[in-house]
Design a protein around this ligand. Sequence first.
Ligand code: GSH
Length: 227
Amino acid sequence: MIELYTAATPNGHKVSIALEELGLPYRVHAIDLMKGEQKRPDYLKLNPNGRIPTIVDTDNDDFAVFESGAILIYLAEKTGRLLPKDAKGRSRVLQWLMFQMSGIGPMMGQANVFFRYFPEKIQPAIDRYQNECRRLFEVLDRRLGESEWLADDYSIADIATWPWVRTYKWSGVKVDGLENLKRWRDAMAARPACQKGIEVPVKLPPLDEASDAARAFVKGAQSMLQK
Ligand SMILES: N[C@@H](CCC(=O)N[C@@H](CS)C(=O)NCC(=O)O)C(=O)O
């Protein structure tokens, strides 16, 4: 059994999508980020970074794994799926996985902070992160113009990237003209595992600007930034 510590965010959704895709039994432990549950001493023993997601594999001596990219690799290796074994195929998946972990995730995270959560609107910072996200999206679009998936086949690289890219409106990133990215976004959104994975631990209402849920979310994120 995989114990999954998570919240309704892109990094959390990567892992629930992978678990759904792989058909592994898992138990969800919702971590309330606004209450700071990710900083509690018992949780820090599992994840020294004090963030979600984390897994504990009870079939492997309660082995704990933190960092979403490392979790995806662990689950792929545990099942022998979604990560090829040949050196070149494996490397191509890991290249796109690292591209997500070091680029798409951090840049969209910062775009969210400056565009949504900071009460002060610092336009050069907003532009910097939104433009960098757009540049990264163009890299994805070019790749998806030559390949159905990010690597040779559907893999943990697609699973890592989609939960972030699908939230482009929330980060204020423009996707006009990126038709290959759109084709891939639609293909990902149609997968049952992706649909189930993004409802873990809870189904969020659409975070459009007008909704109460969005206002509460921004307020919560602002208070978290102050901690
Ligand atoms: N590099 C980490 C990033 C994890 C991360 O930033 N998680 C966010 C939610 S998406 C979080 O737990 N935020 C709470 C906090 O910053 O206290 C990973 O990929 O696992």
